[in-house]
Unconditional design. Structure first.
Length: 265
């Protein structure tokens, strides 16, 4: 466990090392572990680096010059707009090169990177098409975009995007598989979409949670503040690991999170 203080838990992003946040952190960690083998060798840009655990997991220490022009020996650069977040990443993950930048106006030259990583970011943005256009612009021919976002159909069941705001106050617009596919296809045709699902062991944890509390693990966590959780719920949340989630191209509507992998021709 790092001695660097954790970022404040506001609901905007997940952070590691907090027992009450373990389910969400492991869910996001599982997505990073799933996409890591899909990234090509070369310069990688992660937009919305957040706490920095994802960039660290993807293997920031590497070779070559920093893609933003500064001298260095990193193959991955993390971009974020929040200066305090970037300062945290520099302290906790010194191997991760970071820079400040806008997700809809990237400070990166056209065709500069082999891969763009945008994880759990697009749902926060007001101009989602502009973000995707910028991702496509900075990719080199043959480059890869990897993007994840919560599936609106399971993250906010019953939410009507035409009239409702997402229940997470930091989200601008959540997307269904069909909606996400349409946005990506406009700039990078031929993408493959995956769904992150609960694996067999997590399904059993959900079943135990329903027997005890009348609802699944996600809803049980959201029902009351973590300080008021019964000991049994805290134990269930703490038991979740990244290995409890599986990636599949089937049943996208039922997925927890959506992951898009798209190549630039």
């Amino acid at each position: 466990m790092s001695t660097v203080p954790v970022l404040p838990l506001t609901g905007e992003r997940t952070v590691p090392d907090l027992p009450a946040e373990n389910y969400w952190f492991r869910r996001h960690e599982a997505a990073y572990r799933a996409v890591e083998p899909l990234l090509p060798v070369g310069r990688v840009l992660e937009i919305g680096v957040g706490e920095g655990y994802g960039a660290d997991l993807l293997g920031a220490a590497g070779y070559g010059a920093d893609l933003l022009g500064a001298a260095g020996a990193r193959r991955l650069t993390g971009l974020d707009y929040d200066a305090g977040t970037l300062a945290h990443v520099r302290r906790r993950y010194p191997a991760v090169a970071v820079a400040r930048g806008n997700a809809v106006a990237l400070p990166v030259r056209t065709g500069a990177v082999a891969a763009v990583v945008s994880m759990q970011l697009i749902e926060h943005l007001w101009d989602q098409p502009a973000h995707l256009s910028e991702c496509a612009r900075v990719l080199a021919p043959g480059g890869t975009l990897v993007l994840s976002t919560p599936n609106r159909l399971t993250f906010s069941p019953g939410y009507d995007p035409a009239t409702d705001r997402p229940r997470n106050i930091y989200h601008s617009r959540e997307l269904s598989p069909t909606e996400l596919a349409g946005l990506v296809a406009a700039v990078l045709p031929g993408a493959t979409m995956y769904g992150l699902h609960a694996g067999a062991r997590l399904a059993e944890v959900d079943a135990r949670c329903r027997r005890r509390y009348g609802t699944d693990l996600v809803e049980a966590q959201l029902a009351v503040p973590a300080a008021e959780w019964p000991a049994g719920l805290a134990e269930l949340v703490g038991s979740v690991t990244a290995a409890d989630f599986v990636l599949s191209t089937s049943d996208l509507d039922g997925a927890l999170d959506l992951i898009v992998v798209a190549a630039k021709s």
